[in-house]
Design a protein around this ligand. Sequence first.
Ligand code: PXP
Length: 246
Amino acid sequence: MSERLRLGVNIDHVATIRNARGGDHPDPVRAAEIVARVGGDGITAHLREDRRHIRDDDLQRIQDATDLPLNLEMAATEEMLEIALRHRPHAACIVPEKREERTTEGGLDAAGLHNQLAPVVTRLADAGIRVSLFIEASERQIDAALRLGAPVVEFHTGEYAHAFIYGGHDKVASELKRIGDMAALAAKNGIEPHAGHGLTYDNVQPIAAIPQIAELNIGHYLVGEAIFVGLENAVTRMRSLMDEAR
Ligand code: PXP
């Protein structure tokens, strides 16, 4: 498989900066329009329970402003399910959510939460929304995704990204092997693997080189880099690093 690897740009942190002053600038919709213009393949947005970045009205405005597929990251709650069913994004990625965490700190325990997740996955799928589960790259979680009938999993690359800075060569290699092996296992079972969390210019290429991975979702680094070089340049550079690695 050497199809073009898709880049979903997570625009949450444009909204984080906006919300710091309570006004309407910078607008994540403008970011979405730039992503569309420079060849991003999708917009990813996480509507958190506490609305710390993306807010309800942003979703509709993003959908109205671009034709790019929207990937809504959401906790498996009744409130978020209702919002997803109302907006009908292209995809919904179910993530674990703790109020006190700074970001999504680990994967969803799809195995342990089967009974809670099953009706959410079914209702999203019945509405034509492509369901993804944000999981650790492990056999147990892929097996759970299979039992839940999820067509997509997104591997949490946080450990890999952390190892890249603090872990040393062996730890990076073992994380990469784990993600690569699990991408192959998912694909063999008909599940499309994606990956995301903590990806940067420096660490993206080994992940992008894993042939089964179809999509990367990248946010914090791109928005941070955009402060220095502009969002257009940041997305364009990430895009070409991903293409080079393929
Ligand atoms: N994918 C998922 C499911 C996420 O929850 C996040 C973080 O919100 C990302 C990708 C993007 O991670 P980062 O902002 O570290 O690039």
